[in-house]
Design a protein around this ligand. Structure first.
Ligand code: FAD
Ligand code: SF4
Ligand code: SF4
Ligand code: SF4
Length: 623
């Protein structure tokens, strides 16, 4: 086997520091035979942090192996819109990724998801195959158990997808002309091209889901009508589509837009003239989307927000990209009045902001009347938040328990069940503005609950996942576990493979997709950076470095040595430690990049980390 010189150098540069005795410590009383600890695998930190608990380590590993279809299957087990999500997810998983440490960058989970989805869809199109397999009717055989889904956003689509797979007849009622929710009428096209979203929704329709668009529940049809039409369960996933108002003088002038209304009009294909200069009010992600769309319509755009740059809730990379396209920002300003002439906007009057949050971190802006300025402009776009339109509940409104000042529907958090029997709700209508992945995860919770409600149990439902991710996330001490010294060349790369993207000049005059996507080679290289946390890859390093020959590994002899040829998982089971041989030197902990071993202290008989404390199996094998 040829060993790369560079790799050898690294091993020498990072010598072991842990001293260890070669003398066996006394065997604890009570242990008989051949006691062993089975070092079980557990979900990786990124999976714990993902609201839908996608098997991130699994789908990333399958990319390393070149099994893209298998990778997409793992993603599809949890979410119905992989290609759309891969382009838009706010990726909380990447925050918790073990590689998100010091000068390193997390594994690009979302971009890898986009890669596999695009790759597999392309191949399927070339082969003339449908994007999704036909549903195997695992549960419902009763055509009478119909489900109505109100709203075709991510939460509603997930419910429709899950229940169609289980065999329930599903109809989705959508107020707007096309399904997709905010992905269709909010998220700008330079982030999520229409053909990508449409093809994923068409695939859901091909499962047998009926879409009735242009129907507003609460206006055209009531909830009672739906029951009368034979729907045995109703899911409400209507999101939040009403732009919040500033409540200042002049807001009714022509040229003043609610941020959501502006994006909806744009996505409906309406012709919009913002004039020469547009002021965008707001510091969040929606405000940045509004600003970047306004730039693409030819306006000079200035963003006005209460916050300093560091305090802005928008993602830092979104702000940077918008500034590259020409957006300027006026921080620590609040609009006091919209100025106008002949019914049209002519400018905004601003005052200063001393602080935005109080000493306890609560949103509580303190205004500074001494700073006062007027900025001339032709349009004002207000993106300071959005609310749900609860007219969907119609005459039944009083029967629903509401929350947060009666602006959201109250539900049981585990099931999405509302206070009205047979009616479930999830997504932004229960939690206010949030994210696509939260809404998809909520849709999954609700679909499980609807299945339970209609069939009496979740028996036979392949989507059930009862793992207690919350408990593991709480127990996770990521800083204590971020250690690894032996990595292959690719895995050693501290920074992620950069996403190819259009230059600011190329992108600011059109709605072409800004991120161009990974090539196959880029995706494989990025996937190799994943450490496979808490699932043994079978690299055999612990075996080689254990001074006491205390470790037993089950390895597939057909597979190559994964340390040198990182192609496939070689381990066929978890490592086992023979306790009577172990000298508790911590060497295994030092060398394992997966974090399988974690001794609480040297010379102490205690392994944690991948070892689930509740599942430690100290087995006694007979001699
Ligand atoms: C501009 C913008 C950009 C965003 N970008 C991102 C992003 O990049 N990443 C991210 O994670 N999140 C993003 N979000 C948030 C994300 O889009 C939402 O969290 C998510 O779409 C909410 O899903 P939902 O299912 O609750 O509802 P929605 O997606 O809002 O869909 C609800 C649907 O219900 C329909 N509806 C409403 N009332 C009725 C009725 N009475 N009858 C029938 N149909 C009705 C609506 O027309 C809509 O189609 C963005 C939001 C906005 C506004
Ligand atoms: S390195 Fe890989 S397995 Fe570990 S947290 Fe990140 S994505 Fe998950
Ligand atoms: S199992 Fe780990 S702690 Fe025990 S002797 Fe081997 S390397 Fe040391
Ligand atoms: S060092 Fe390698 S073989 Fe040993 S537990 Fe870790 S990943 Fe598995």
């Amino acid at each position: 086997m040829s060993v790369k010189l560079e790799t050898l150098k690294r091993l020498v540069e990072k010598p072991f520091t842990t001293p260890y005795p070669f003398v066996k410590p006394p065997v604890p009383a009570g242990l008989r035979g051949k006691p062993e600890i089975v070092v079980n695998e557990k979900p990786d930190p990124a999976r714990l942090a993902c609201p839908a608990h996608l098997d991130i380590r699994g789908y990333v590993r399958k990319i390393v192996e070149g099994d893209y279809e298998g990778s997409l299957e793992l993603i599809r087990q949890k979410v119905c819109l992989p290609a759309s999500l891969g382009r838009t997810c706010n990726h909380p998983c990447e925050e918790m990724c073990k590689r998100n440490y010091g000068e390193e960058e997390p594994v690009a989970d979302a971009w890898l998801k986009r890669f596999v989805a695009d790759w597999v869809y392309q191949k399927k199109r070339e082969r003339g195959e449908p994007l999704l397999k036909k549903p195997v009717r695992t549960k419902n055989q009763d055509p009478q158990k119909k489900v109505a889904v109100v709203g075709a956003g991510p939460s509603g689509l997930q419910v429709a997808y899950d229940l169609a797979y289980l065999g329930y007849p599903v109809t989705v009622f959508e107020a707007l002309p096309e399904p997709g929710g905010m992905l269709r009428y909010g998220v700008p096209r330079y982030k999520l091209p229409l053909d990508v979203l449409r093809s994923e929704i068409e695939a859901i329709a091909a499962l047998g889901v009926e879409f009735r668009t242009g129907v507003r529940i609460g206006r055209d049809i009531s909830l009672a009508d739906l029951r009368g039409m034979g729907y045995k369960a109703i899911f409400i996933g209507i999101g939040s589509h009403i732009s919040r108002k500033l409540r200042v003088q002049g807001e009714e002038l022509k040229g003043v837009w609610g941020g959501i209304d502006f994006l909806r009009a744009l996505n409906l294909g309406e012709k919009i003239d913002l004039g020469k200069k547009a002021i965008v009010v707001g510091g969040g992600n929606v405000a940045i989307d509004v600003a970047r769309c306004a730039i693409r319509l030819g306006a000079e755009v200035q963003l006005v927000c209460l916050e300093s740059r560091e305090e802005m809730p928008a993602h830092a990379w979104e702000i940077t990209e918008a500034c590259e396209e020409g957006m300027t920002i006026l921080h620590r300003r609040a609009p006091r009045k919209v100025l106008g002439k002949n019914g049209r906007v002519t400018g905004v009057e601003l005052i200063g902001v001393k602080s935005v949050f109080d000493s306890e971190g609560r949103f509580n802006p303190v205004l500074d009347e001494s700073t006062h300025e007027v900025i001339p402009c032709d349009s004002v776009l207000i993106a300071i938040g959005q609310m749900a339109d609860l007219s969907v509940l119609g005459e039944e409104r009083s029967q629903f328990q509401l929350t947060r000042g009666d602006t959201l529907i109250a539900v049981d958090p585990d099931s999405g069940a509302t206070s009205v029997a047979g009616v479930f709700a999830e997504g932004e209508v229960i939690r206010g503005p949030s994210t696509i992945i939260e809404s998809l995860a909520g849709g999954r919770r609700a679909s499980l609950a609807i299945d339970r409600y209609l069939s009496g149990s979740n028996e036979g439902n392949p989507f059930v996942d009862e793992y207690d991710y919350g408990r593991d996330l709480k127990a996770l001490d990521i800083t204590a576990e971020r250690r690894y010294m032996f990595l292959r060349e690719e895995a050693w790369q501290k920074k992620r493979v950069p996403m190819p993207m259009l230059s600011p000049e190329e992108r600011k005059t059109n709605f072409k997709e800004v991120y161009l996507g990974y090539t196959e080679e880029m995706a494989r290289n990025e996937a190799r950076r994943c450490l496979s946390c808490y699932k043994c890859v079978g690299c055999e390093l612990c075996l080689k470095y254990c001074p006491a020959n205390a470790i037993e590994l089950k390895l597939d002899p057909q597979k190559e040595d994964v340390y040198w040829n990182d192609t496939a998982w070689k381990a066929t089971g978890p490592p086992v430690i023979r306790l009577l041989q172990c000298v508790m030197c911590q060497m295994c902990e030092e060398v394992c990049r997966c974090g399988m071993y974690h001794l609480t202290s040297e010379y102490e008989l205690c392994f944690t980390g991948a070892v689930d404390p509740e599942q430690i199996r100290v087995q006694a094998r007979s001699e």
